[in-house]
Design a protein around this ligand. Structure first.
Ligand code: BES
Ligand code: ZN
Ligand code: ZN
Length: 509
């Protein structure tokens, strides 16, 4: 998607379709030109009286004296009023672009209102960029759609406003493209996106700077031998049953110039299971095929990192992705194996399908070595989180009140939905085992699986590290279109993590 800001009068904007979105009261960014104004007021009246649907597309006569060929009016902001206004605007923008695409129009201009133009434009851009995502990489015949070109029409010809808006839109576009990058990662099948391929993607998004003397490099990737030799026993155990060996990926963002002095070092840790067969505790066939998306946490973390690097956020951030394929061959780990983790704790593997918490436990050990001050993990960890919150929400676990506030605010702003679930102290004993330090599942088959998984991870987080855990197994992939996100990988978490990291940088400055 390409974007531009213009201050031309609406009737002069030469574009495929001029899009005017009505706000909550049925008002639009009312154009001066009588032909356009006439259309808008007639449409607004028709919608208000229930005589028109929420969207309306028309072709303008050249005699109307308007440069655009088509006019698209949308009153989606009037409908589904339970949704926050920002989300409604995103839906409306996505629908507008979808309608334009149906008419083979790839060039659109959005009229901005006089008040709150920046907020409005950012929401519109987000809806357009995310709504227009389509993944045709694996279709042999699908033509590549023409790149969308969106113009934003400011009602006042003020240069400072234009400059500020261009900056905000560039930021938003970087985040949306990073979200779509994550969606491509999550959609990719496991014969394409192996742990090695995921490591290649990580290298591509890493900062392009030379290693400074004494400083850590922008990327470190451990192969299966290094993983084993350096004692990441849990990543080794999970990854050893596949012909595609595991990787431990570390990407470091060290901002050039000034870093807010008190800004903490943030580590983003993402579950990178490129395919989850369940291992010897094999999953049933009907749902197994979707388990290429079990690296949704890695997608969210690498997507966020891509944007963080591009936006040069003034805070140190490290992304860690343990990547493995949980498969079955003669080398595969077996139920009942006892494995020593990087931290030294031993784990009894009662269930090889509870593999995410195992690789994450070693990832947490790596985060401690990288001297994390704030640790955020994102993982498609449990089916139980899905049962608790349904197909759209992720579960947030944290005992840090500040992080809870940051994440809930970031969620409300971005539309990446989440809701808190508790750690329950009384449940911790369910993970005890007579032979090892811990069991990887509650041996009594207790319900509340998302909480047990969170409790398991908690045992590995060092004291003093501020930690939040996101169980996003449902949110990573949409079975049906939700708002402006089509079926398939959602990119859930990218916008959320970037927004949260920005808030942490801001709070410290
Ligand atoms: N990758 C799954 C969780 C999952 C389920 C993600 C559905 C996306 C959609 C995870 O590794 C898993 O299998 N968890 C088990 C844990 C159980 C064996 C304790 C689960 O939730 O059933
Ligand atoms: Zn599993
Ligand atoms: Zn899994």
């Amino acid at each position: 998607m390409r974007i531009a800001v213009t201050t031309q009068p609406l009737e002069k904007v030469r574009t495929g379709a001029l899009v005017i979105l009505l706000d909550e009261e049925g008002r639009a960014a009312l154009p001066e030109h009588p032909a356009l104004r006439g259309h808008v007021t007639a449409f607004a009246r028709a919608v208000k009286s229930g005589k028109s649907r929420a969207e309306w597309f028309c072709t303008l006569e050249p005699s109307a004296g308007v440069a655009t060929e088509h006019l698209l009016l949308d009153a989606a902001a009037l409908t589904s009023n339970w949704m926050p206004g920002r989300e409604r605007l995103k839906c409306a923008a996505a629908r507008a672009v979808e309608l334009c695409r149906k008419h083979s129009i790839a060039r659109v201009a959005f009229a901005l209102p006089t008040e709150g133009a920046e907020e409005f434009a950012c929401a519109v851009l987000e809806g357009a960029a995310l709504g227009d995502f389509s993944d045709t990489r694996f279709k042999s015949e699908a033509p590549k759609p023409e790149r969308l070109r969106a113009e934003f029409v400011l009602p006042s010809p003020d240069n400072a406003t234009k400059k500020a808006l261009e900056g905000q839109l560039a930021r938003k576009l970087a985040i949306c493209e990073a979200t779509n990058f994550a969606r491509e990662l999550v959609n990719a099948p496991s014969n394409v996106l192996t742990p090695e391929a995921l490591a290649r993607e990580a290298r591509r998004i890493a900062p392009k700077r030379k290693k400074a003397k004494g400083a850590a490099p922008p990327v470190t990737i451990l192969d299966e031998k290094q993983i084993r030799r350096q004692g990441y026993g849990l990543i080794d155990a999970v990854g050893r049953g596949s012909a595609h060996p595991p990787r431990l990926i570390v990407v470091r963002h060290r901002p050039p110039g000034k870093v807010a002095r008190k800004a903490p070092h943030v580590v983003l840790l993402g579950k990178g299971i490129c395919f989850d067969t369940g291992g010897l505790c094999v999953k049933p066939a009907n749902s197994m095929h979707t388990m290429n998306g079990d690296m949704g946490g890695a997608g969210a973390v690498l997507g966020a990192m891509k944007a963080i690097v591009e936006l040069k956020l003034p805070i140190r951030v490290t992304a860690i992705v343990p990547a493995a394929t949980n498969a079955i061959d003669g080398e595969a780990y077996l139920p009942g194996n006892i494995v020593t983790s990087k931290s030294g704790k031993t784990v009894y593997v009662e269930n090889t399908d509870a593999e995410g918490r195992l690789i994450l436990a070693d990832g947490i050990a790596r985060a401690a070595e990288e001297k994390a001050e704030v640790l955020i993990d994102a993982a498609t960890l449990t089916g139980a989180a899905q049962i608790a919150l349904g197909p759209q929400y992720a579960a947030l676990f944290t005992e840090d009140a500040e992080l809870e506030r940051v994440f809930r605010e970031a969620s409300a702003r971005t539309g990446d939905d989440l809701w808190p679930l508790p750690f329950v102290r009384e449940y911790e004993s369910a993970l005890a085992h007579p032979l090892a330090d811990m069991n990887n599942i509650p041996s009594n088959g207790a319900p509340g699986g998302a909480i047990h998984a969170a409790n398991f991870l908690k045992a590995f987080v060092p004291n003093g590290v501020r930690w939040a855990h996101l169980d996003m197994s449902a949110a990573a992939r949409a079975k049906a279109k939700t708002r402006y996100i089509n079926v398939g990988a959602t990119g859930w978490g990218v916008r959320l993590l970037v927004e949260a990291v920005e808030a942490l940088a801001r709070d410290a400055s």
